[in-house]
Write a protein that binds this ligand. Sequence first.
Ligand SMILES: [Fe+2]
Length: 340
Amino acid sequence: MAQIVLGVGSSHSPMLGTPPEHWGLRAIEDKRGKHPYRDGIYAFDELVELRKAENLATQITREVWNARHEKNQQCLDYLGKRIAEFKLDVLVIIGDDQGEVFLHDNMPTFAIYTGQKVFNKKASKAHLEALPAGVAIAEWANEPAECDMEHPGAPELAEQVIDRLKEDGFDVSVSSKTPVGRFGDSGIPHAFGFYYHRILDDLKDCPQMATLPVFINCFFRPNQPSARRALNFGKSIGAAIRSWGNEQRVGIAASGGFSHFVIDEELDRRVLKAMEEGDEETIVQQPDYFYQSGTSEIKNWIAVMGAVSQAGLKFRLIDYVPCYRSLAGTGNANTFGLWT
Ligand SMILES: [Fe+2]
């Protein structure tokens, strides 16, 4: 039977691929929009006012940015090394598409990638030009350095997972190749590309490993799953893997999170503590207004938590690195963890 031997969680923020002297670039974009934060939605200046007692100026100095950048890079290198050491046969990667390949003409709540190959492609010039401020500079972290690459998919495990999900009441979409999408270049989206390139160095140290991308639309209204639904979705995936008749070593990875684009350290620490304690109820009972915008990507971690829950693995936080980029508290709380 297959065994679940590892769970992984990593943020995939553009700030992870941006030199710290340019972290302020994304704040240009932050000023344009309105942002969910706790039970409200705020303009940038309203957030500056709301959070002024926190003295966030101390968080956005070059010294702090340099130190946090260093920590982020160490964590990413560490995670890549650990994944390779586990000599996995398959890594299931649970991530979200951010309007890259699934658009509003057809946006599944859950989709399983069934293709023989996963294509990680270099972004076209048009793609790079369409990205918001401060994102193109970090695109290198999501794509191969030289030319488009293909990595082995896991169609057999995909079918196993789909069959189990159907039994458990999940009607999932399937995708044997990523749709053409917004940029017309149809590579795997950045939530996955970040694992392939930045974390796993294009699978150089684990060329034997197949990968199974699983999509959760945690981000876009109106069909995001609740936290409890994401947890149960993960549990069903875990059950599918454990009942798979092949002698395979399987890992499951979450991509994205924690709070962004407005950082909420209280929420993050509450959820991470509950993950360490295996306390699913605390996590799924957080009001859904917390899990909005990029913060919704915590649901990818919740699905992994569900998937590893019956495998006897325990969560350990590697590091929590809140990276602020403005007085409004915008930024990304970069988070790295393992279930072993
Ligand atoms: Fe993301």
